[in-house]
Design a protein around this ligand. Structure first.
Ligand code: XIL
Length: 374
């Protein structure tokens, strides 16, 4: 039975709701129809919820974790969203709730409740948690940015505050996070150390410091440096290569290179993602794709959707072919809740599923690539 996407979305939501048993676990389903690219059938979508051919089931055999960023309000308020997070992924990342502005909006008052909810959700669903992020220049609390701007917080105090933050947050989640994005976006688009309060006030040594502190606070977590536009061979990726090499030479506890993977079909894709991954692995690091989405200028059409599927495939294949690419995380999985339209004017449709949870060609490509790799 083929139904239109809008109808399918509503039908799937209803089907998911009725298929939940008392524990919230999906009921078993025997339905087994091949999924049709670009369209969704009630049967195939219901089957996906049941776990027979979910991304996480397919990924399990590859040894690579498949993850998604999680929007906590969608997780609480949208049963279909919640069910997909549980059934399709074996790794989760907090889209926002582990960021500094969320955890410490008032100086000295730490709110871990939403992030703890995600950790509990992951535990209940047998999922691993990526921590995101201990140090960034965005989503900082205003007391911090304003304090630095006004001179109330001087460099010495800022360093103490940063150290405390790393110990507070990495310490709170100690033992529960398998990979931490310790330092996020520290190099700019000209391949220079990014001009931030951290660089200006503390000097370039702040990067080594945060890794050392994070390692003390949570010795088992794999510690990542993470950025966008570093998925191929380019000047920014070269700058990371040099930085990581130096950090390793200085015996800084850095274990992973995270490539966010925010791509856009209008820019084309660098087919050398695997070569890039391999050079970082040769430095002794593991690697991960941490925030993959492939946006397009709206409206969508079949050509763009096929190109999008190709973008996801290039990154996923690089990860699967590499020796130590441990996780592949998408930055949300449905166009219903995406950061893209709010940030990139006129762009959207960046995720694997459409707004009605219908499978796009990108979902099919990811699914098929995982199936072939497993
Ligand atoms: C984004 C979130 O998706 C948005 O909800 C938020 O408003 C801004 O941040 N690189 C990152 C992520 O490392 O933390 C960003 O997430 C997307 C870009």
């Amino acid at each position: 039975m083929k139904v239109t996407r809008v109808v399918a979305g509503a039908a799937v939501a209803a089907a998911v709701l009725v298929s939940l048993n008392a524990t919230g676990a999906p009921a078993a389903s025997t339905a087994s129809l091949p999924a049709v690219p670009g369209a969704v059938t009630l049967e195939s979508a219901t089957q996906a919820r049941a776990g027979a051919d979910t991304l996480r089931a397919l990924a399990k055999r590859t040894g690579m974790k498949i993850g998604t960023a999680v929007d906590m309000s969608a997780l609480a308020n949208d049963a279909t969203y919640n069910q997909h997070v549980a059934s399709e992924f074996n790794s989760v990342t907090a889209e926002n709730v582990m960021k500094w502005s969320e955890i410490e909006p008032t100086r000295g008052v730490l709110n871990f409740a939403p992030a703890d909810q995600l950790v509990a959700f992951a535990r209940a669903n047998g999922q691993s948690v990526r921590g995101h992020t201990l140090l960034w220049h965005n989503q900082l609390p205003t007391w911090l940015t304003e304090g630095v701007a006004s001179g109330d917080i001087d460099a010495a105090e800022l360093r103490k505050i940063l150290k405390q933050h790393v110990f507070d947050v990495a310490g709170h989640f100690r033992g529960k996070i398998y990979q931490w994005d310790v330092a996020n976006e520290v190099i700019d688009d000209n391949a220079q150390l990014r001009d931030t309060i951290w660089l200006r006030e503390l000097g370039p040594g702040y990067i080594a410091d945060v890794f050392r502190w994070a390692h003390q606070a949570d010795p088992k977590a794999k510690l990542y440096i993470n950025d966008y536009n570093v998925e191929g061979l380019n000047a920014k990726a070269d700058a990371y290569y040099a930085l990581v090499k130096q950090l390793k030479a200085d015996r800084v506890p850095i274990h992973g290179f995270g490539m966010q993977g925010h791509l856009g079909v209008q820019y084309g894709f660098d087919g050398r993602a695997l070569q890039n991954v391999q050079r970082f692995e040769a430095l002794g690091l593991e690697t991960s794709f941490t925030e993959v989405d492939v946006r397009m200028i709206m409206p969508t059409d079949n050509t763009k959707l096929q190109a999008q599927a190709n973008g996801y495939s290039i990154l996923l294949r690089a990860c699967l072919l590499a020796k130590r690419c441990t996780s592949f995380t998408v930055w949300g999985f449905t166009d219903k809740y995406s950061w893209v339209p709010g940030v990139f004017t006129g762009e959207g449709a960046a995720n694997l599923l459409d707004e009605n949870y219908g499978q796009k060609p990108a979902y099919q490509a990811v699914s098929q690539t995982l199936a072939l790799a497993g």
